[in-house]
Design a protein. Structure first.
Length: 70
């Protein structure tokens, strides 16, 4: 293999490695973003359930107070 061919092959390999590293970094960043979104969705689901239970408890309290007045 000539010196020029080796140089070209080396440059091509270096560029391919750089693209692979960039793709891996992008995939890692996307995975982290997906994990954050998933945690946010779980937190939102938990908050919605807590709100639903609090609303139910408030409704029951109001019914008890109303029944007590009668």
């Amino acid at each position: 293999m000539s010196r020029d061919a080796r140089g070209y092959a080396h440059a091509t390999l270096s560029a391919a490695r750089a693209r692979l590293e960039s793709a891996q970094d992008n995939a890692t960043a996307q995975l982290r973003a997906d994990q954050v979104c998933y945690r946010i969705a779980l937190d939102e689901q938990t908050a919605n359930e807590a709100l639903r239970r609090a609303t139910l408890a408030l409704d029951q309290l109001q019914q008890l107070q109303q029944a007590k007045r009668q």
